[in-house]
Design a protein around this ligand. Structure first.
Ligand SMILES: Nc1ncnc2c1ncn2[C@@H]1O[C@H](COP(=O)(O)OP(=O)(O)OP(=O)(O)O)[C@@H](O)[C@H]1O
Ligand SMILES: [Mg+2]
Length: 471
């Protein structure tokens, strides 16, 4: 029986003799102490060791416990005979009687992308955040970004790069946060527990029990947990591992601002040169090298979005006789661009539509109408005019769209109001929905309100004696 299974039955009736040789000393010590009804301070007093030493041993921070410390602990815990020997063996101080049965070491990372491109800066940041030396709590990093920005690809690449730093394994779950039925924490926990070596029959029936067991299975261990496509904070919290040496890497289309002590790492679009490199890897490096200007034009029309670049590359790969310039011409037409950015099950329009469907009615209206604006960025007053509401309401809706990564903050105007920018392909999507969902009159009125509001503001600025004119 592994330490985890054994610990999971933590009702005091289990006997240490039933534990197999792969026992994890940290978990074993914790369990024996609790079974004896002792706090860490009391055990420290009884054994003559420091509380800190005991805490470090229980957290697995001490990889080779000192022989004398182990003897003192066994004495203080009243572990004699076979029990004492098993305790010492778990600490690595007695010859193993039987072959070693290591607790399950899950390796659930999805396969890495062979043509993964760029992201050197983000990977370096992740290395620092997830593997930094001793820390008091597990590291939690949230990768956020617009649909198709490459959050999952980056998380998987980082997982493979850092896997060796997590000797107790990697867990992975696609939480399906943007789908119609996001996974419940209870379901994910059941599969995590089994992957960690807990027998199916020992998985507690209730969520609280699963959370508690998951925490004791990850305490004192170094496990990396990849939580992909999270819907919200509440879905993620129960899945965070408890050991300070563990780390969680979460991807989400929303910002998960409420996740305590998590570090947010934005995943933007690719650098232009990286986007061209990715196009070459998918479509053929020689073709891209033969038409560099057309390649640059294609990735520009893809707004440097990895999903769009991969689709453009896949389309070229399927048409080896095409010149690259032919695809450039096709993508030039704004109204056809989203029709063209599809290949197999990869589809830019469908990907943005998933986020659009998750918005409330008013935020959807705001998104559609913001698509009417031609300026590279806009002030919140323009948003207010578009949705025919006050500035506060417009700010709230724009924030909601920023939260969903369908708008980006572009700075502040002179009055301290936020300015926003809509990513190009999101704008193409917004315009399509506008044409489909709103009447020509409603579109014209929205634009007229923007012009009127702009003129009013310009007038006010002029009367105040200059200053920047509104855009
Ligand atoms: N750095 C990269 N190198 C190569 N391909 C990439 C890279 N980033 C993303 N891709 C490709 O772009 C597409 C979208 O990537 P990914 O699924 O990681 O995006 P995402 O941000 O997780 O999207 P979603 O919001 O839908 O979850 C995939 O086909 C992926 O293979
Ligand atoms: Mg993803």
């Amino acid at each position: 029986m592994s330490t985890m299974e054994w610990e999971s039955r933590g009702n005091g009736r289990m006997d240490i003799e039933r534990l197999d040789d792969g026992a994890d000393f940290a978990a074993l010590l914790r369990w024996c102490r609790r079974r004896a009804g002792l706090g860490q301070a009391t055990l420290a007093e009884l054994s003559g060791l420091g509380v800190r030493t005991i805490r470090d041993l229980e957290l697995g921070r001490t990889s080779h416990p000192h022989r004398e410390s182990v003897r003192l602990l066994a004495d203080a815990l009243g572990l004699e005979g076979d029990a004492g020997e098993r305790f010492r063996r778990a600490a690595g101080h007695a010859p193993r009687a039987e072959p070693l049965h290591l607790p399950a070491r899950p390796g659930q990372l999805p396969p890495d992308l062979a043509d993964f491109t760029g992201r050197a800066e983000q990977l370096a940041a992740l290395r620092g955040l997830l593997t930094a030396g001793a820390r008091p709590a597990p590291a939690v990093v949230v990768l956020g970004g617009q649909p198709g920005a490459g959050k999952t690809a980056l998380a998987v690449r980082a997982g493979h790069e850092l896997e060796s730093q997590f000797p107790h394994g990697c867990l992975h779950a696609d939480l399906r946060g943007t789908g119609p039925a996001p996974l419940t924490p209870g379901a994910v926990l059941a599969s995590f527990l089994r992957a960690l070596g807990v027998d199916g029959a020992d998985v507690p029936a209730d969520v609280d029990g699963r959370v508690a067991l998951y925490r004791s299975c990850t305490a004192g261990r170094r496990v990396l947990v990849l939580l992909d496509d999270a819907a919200a904070e509440a879905q993620v919290r129960p899945l965070l591992p408890s050991g300070a040496g563990c780390a969680a890497l979460v991807t989400s289309r929303t910002r998960l601002a409420g996740l305590e002590a998590a570090v947010s790492l934005p995943v933007g679009v690719l650098e232009p040169s990286e986007a061209v490199r990715l196009l070459g890897r998918v479509a053929g490096a020689a073709r891209v090298a033969a038409e560099p200007a057309a390649a640059t034009a294609i990735v520009e029309r893809c707004a440097f979005l990895p999903l769009a670049v991969r689709i453009a590359g896949a389309r070229l790969a399927g048409r080896p006789h095409w010149k690259l310039s032919r695809l450039t011409a096709v993508l030039d037409d704004d109204r056809r661009r989203l029709d063209e950015l599809r290949a197999g099950d990869l589809n830019v329009r469908a990907s943005i539509a998933v986020s659009y469907r998750l918005l409330g009615t008013d935020a959807r209206t705001a998104l559609r109408r913001i698509g009417l604006l031609d300026a590279p960025d806009f002030g919140v007053w323009a948003g207010a005019a578009l949705v025919d509401a006050g500035v506060e309401r417009a700010e709230h809706l724009c924030e909601r769209l920023v939260e969903a990564h369908l708008l980006e903050l572009a700075g502040e105007d002179a009055a301290g109001h936020a300015r926003y920018r809509m990513p190009d392909l999101v704008r193409a999507f917004a315009r399509e929905r506008l044409l489909r969902e709103e009447s020509p009159d409603s579109r014209a009125e929205a634009l007229r309100r923007v012009v009127d509001r702009g003129l009013q503001l310009a007038d006010r600025v002029a009367r105040l004696g200059g200053g920047p004119s509104p855009r």
